[in-house]
Design a protein around this ligand. Structure first.
Ligand code: NAD
Length: 626
């Protein structure tokens, strides 16, 4: 009776006291240290790419809200810039630990909104975490320079100082790593930061903001707005913002670079790519084929450093059949293979929970325990299916119920509230974090879904263009069927051979699990091909010959090169050095260049003479220092 009441009519339960609200969770803004509901009337649906169910909605922030966020950054700037560098370092030392502690929850949010496999999502967080760890070396990274005694009693030295309010505009494909390239480096230098995550994957950035707040970042040092073009234009035009970090497509990147620069801002713009993997016949075959397959199809090819193009040199062209076999063996499936969190987080602070239940066990805790115990099946299989969260009122003695609830499949108990309930005598409300729709129990996944149905249509049409223009479709992933996820945006590994440089599938960035294969007679021909391509993000060569590798690294005009390394994304002590059509600006992301981007130099020339050695007469000629 109970289950039918809930399941069919969705009316509030009268078990003891329950409350019921709107249906889809909504993402909040983060302004001046508070997670606030947007007053906008315009919302964007966020879909789980494996099912295309709406999992939440993100607001297009109003002009007033965006202005409030920028004002908050401006107010926070001077106090934060004047905070000792050691204190800022401490915030980020705590932050890196909190990211480690919450890596699974961050990964879960990524898989839910972006679709990549959980293991890959953890890698996404991990690569961002490394940037935060590097930011903790700020006390060395921000050192200036000194040249003593440039003339008698005169020294010159430089300071590196923050530049003011900075902003970041992020893409969908790395919901953790790319925002973490941005605000931690900007903020540790003493800037305040206005972040606009991709409107398709905002959840992970919101949790990252919460963790930074928990790490001690003062209110206003990080603000988050959501939206699309209006938010981007606001950032490009707002006079308080001094620098913009952008990562995304060429269309948006060129636009933001031009608009931001013409408003006098620094802009660094990391954009699209077509990364070539050159396979020499002397390479280790086993290693090379595995690396190629992983780098072409991992993350469903939605990495800016994916090896989306192979150039088989000489006899390496005979390896094609084996390349196809290995690619076929990859499992295409929903990214999430489990649904239980071991580290609960109070995500409810940045999500409006949507349809929720408030379940009060007062004043009969024992009675309520029995109800929970005997209604376990109903609660998990029926009732919870229709609600995003349960708000659970409890008294201090009721920990047994709380721990029981924690074990319930797919639910989290907020850490803060749980601590209170176990230590305090007064009744406490235990808030369960939003229950995201599970992806089901999967045997495992190598290739997840594409971000949207539109992306799938686009990728499929680029595959078809290859066929229409005379290439050979060796492996066709378009008809892939993922059981239980028939509505997902899946495309299986696809290989197109006999591709020529003038074909559309070669010229355009496909951004899907599609490997296009070209052939070259020798290394020179391969290098010429790559240098004629408009992009310069990444490339890799597979060879066992040192001289070949050296020639390649010197002659290929690409910013990031792997030698027997398929995805050579540099660690954060170096910089991400994409070039040519993949980058606009003159200072790259993270590493030394990241610090340069987010700081300005002040050069001081000072003279302290002995008292009796004053200047005897005015000098009107240009001072020369000898
Ligand atoms: P995207 O350009 O569509 O979106 C990126 C950001 O720009 C988003 O925040 C979005 O709101 C905004 N935006 C989108 N279109 C805009 C427009 N016309 N005008 C102004 N703003 C706009 O990119 P995406 O689809 O989210 O990400 C995929 C792209 O990002 C691929 O091209 C990929 O190669 C590139 N990428 C590059 C790097 C790199 O470091 N070079 C890293 C990751 C992704």
């Amino acid at each position: 009776i109970l289950s039918r009441t809930i399941f069919n009519t969705k009316t509030p339960l009268q078990l003891s006291r329950m409350w019921y609200s709107s249906s889809v969770p909504t993402t909040k803004l983060f302004i001046d240290g508070k997670f606030v509901d947007s007053q906008t009337t315009e919302w964007i649906d966020i879909h789980n790419p494996a099912t295309n169910e709406v999992v939440s909605r993100v607001p297009k922030a109003t002009q007033e809200e965006m202005q409030a966020a920028a004002d908050s950054c401006s107010r926070a700037f001077h106090p934060w810039a004047e905070t000792s560098i050691l204190s800022r370092q401490q915030v980020f030392l705590r932050y890196q630990q909190l990211i480690k502690d919450n890596i699974k929850e961050l990964a879960r949010l990524i898989t839910l909104e972006q679709g990549k496999t959980l293991a890959d999502a953890e890698g996404d967080v991990f690569r961002g975490l490394q940037v935060v760890e590097h930011a903790c070396s700020i006390t060395s990274l921000m050192l200036g320079e000194t040249l003593p005694s440039i003339t008698k009693d005169m020294d010159t030295y430089t300071f590196r100082l923050p530049i003011g309010v900075c902003a970041g505009i992020a893409p969908f494909n790395f919901p953790a790593m790319i925002p973490l390239w941005m605000f931690p480096i900007g903020m540790v230098c003493g800037n305040t930061y206005l972040m606009k995550p991709s409107e398709r994957v905002p959840g992970c950035t919101m949790l990252l903001a919460k963790l930074l707040q928990d790490a001690g970042a003062p209110d206003g040092t990080l603000n988050i707005i959501h939206g699309q073009h209006a938010a981007v234009n606001f950032i490009c035009d707002n006079p308080a913002i001094k620098a913009i970090s952008f990562v995304g497509s060429n269309q948006a990147g060129e636009y933001i670079y031009n608009r931001g620069s013409s408003n006098g801002k620094r802009v660094q713009s990391n954009m699209g790519a077509k990364n070539h993997g050159v396979v020499m016949p002397d390479a280790n075959k086993e290693n090379t084929l595995n690396q190629l397959v992983g780098a072409a199809f991992g993350a469903a090819g939605q990495r800016c450093m994916a090896l989306s193009t192979a150039i088989l040199v000489g006899e390496a062209r005979d390896w094609l059949p084996e390349l196809v076999e290995r690619s076929k063996a990859l499992r295409v499936n929903a990214g999430s293979s489990d649904r239980v969190t071991d580290k609960p987080t109070d995500a409810s602070c940045f999500f409006e929970l949507g349809r929720s239940l408030l379940f009060s066990v007062d004043p009969f805790p024992g009675f309520s325990f029995l109800i929970v115990f005997y209604c376990y099946e109903i609660l998990t299989s029926v009732l919870l299916r229709d609600f995003n969260a349960i708000l659970f009122d409890s008294v201090s003695q009721n920990n047994v119920i709380i721990s029981f609830m924690m074990k319930m499949d797919g639910l989290n108990v907020s850490r803060g509230s749980l601590c209170n309930s176990s230590t305090e005598k007064t009744p406490k409300r235990v808030r369960l974090a939003p229950r995201f729709r599970p992806a089901g129990d999967q045997p495992g996944a190598d290739v997840g879904p594409l971000i949207s149905p539109e992306a799938k249509v686009r990728v499929n049409s680029l595959i078809q263009s290859g066929v229409d223009e005379g290439a050979t479709l060796l492996l066709d992933g378009r008809a892939v069927n993922v059981k239980g996820y028939e509505n997902g945006n899946f495309v299986g590994p696809t290989i197109i051979s006999n591709v020529k440089p003038e074909m559309t599938c070669y010229k355009e960035e496909i951004f899907g699990p599609v490997l296009v294969v070209l052939e070259a007679a020798d290394l020179d021909e391969a290098i010429a091909l790559i240098n004629n391509n408009q992009y310069g993000n990444g490339t890799a060569i597979f060879t066992n010959n040192g001289a070949t590798a050296r020639k390649y690294t010197h002659e290929v005009d690409v910013g990031q090169i792997g030698v027997n390394v398929p995805i050579p994304v540099p660690l954060p002590m170096f910089s991400f050095t994409g070039s040519r059509g993949s980058f606009r600006g003159d200072t790259n992301f993270y590493g030394k260049q990241g610090i340069q981007f987010y700081t300005q130099i002040k050069t001081v020339t000072s003279q302290w003479k002995a008292e009796d050695a004053g200047v005897s007469s005015p000098a009107v000629t240009m001072p020369t220092i000898r």
